[in-house]
Design a protein. Sequence first.
Length: 271
Amino acid sequence: MNLSYKILFGLLLTLAGGLGHAAEPAQDRTKPPALSQNKSIPGQDFAAIEQSVRQAMPSTKIDAITPTPIPGLVEIVAGQNVLYADTSGRWLLVGHLYDLKTARDVTAERKAQLSRLDWQELPLEAAVHYGEGPLKLAIFSDPDCPWCRKLNKALRQAKGIEVWEIMFPVPALHPEARDKAARILCHAHPAEALARVMSGKALDGEPPSADCTERTLQLVDQAMAFGRAHGVQGTPTLVAPDGRVRNGYLPLDQIGAWLAQGAKAGREATR
């Protein structure tokens, strides 16, 4: 396999990830698209597809291969990438699958499903808790991120939203953010400390003890590792209690609508 062929596949995988974000629906679906239980695809075809993909892209970790609503076309899940292939394993399709009858972007819905996080597994030990209300929101946030600061200011003025702001510094962009995050978590009043830092002010008072600094740095590092392992690539990243994820800043009214949508779907599901 020549070098240019490898580069082409690398670019295609990158494009697949980028398209997933750009084509994200305005509202996350609460149910994944139904896949056809097409029994006409013999089991050995899945092995042939996996072998072909592994040969072409050895570093790609394949998590699942399942039928699609289109006969002879299968879905390949590789991390948070969704690809498609024919049953012979020769043809690979990178792009989005649309259902024109229902006007649904099936690929975007699938990616939204794959990106969901289990609320119970979130690293809330590294979070600053503030606000109260029926709506719950977790945010992966960098203390030096401009959009995180804008979002924090809006949420501190919001009513009806309980927030867990998880410290998720991005050292490549903000070298001092990790130490700031640890100091915020060590503060006697973390919410006040976070608000001060997010307002562009320095924290006053004595520096935290070495023991507290070491402990909170470990919590911050664990939160960073969790985020990277679960596809959190930037800040702010919003997480709803039902696991839906949104990347980037959202105006307060849109956050409320997004959270309420999940709460409504949860109530309907329990009827």
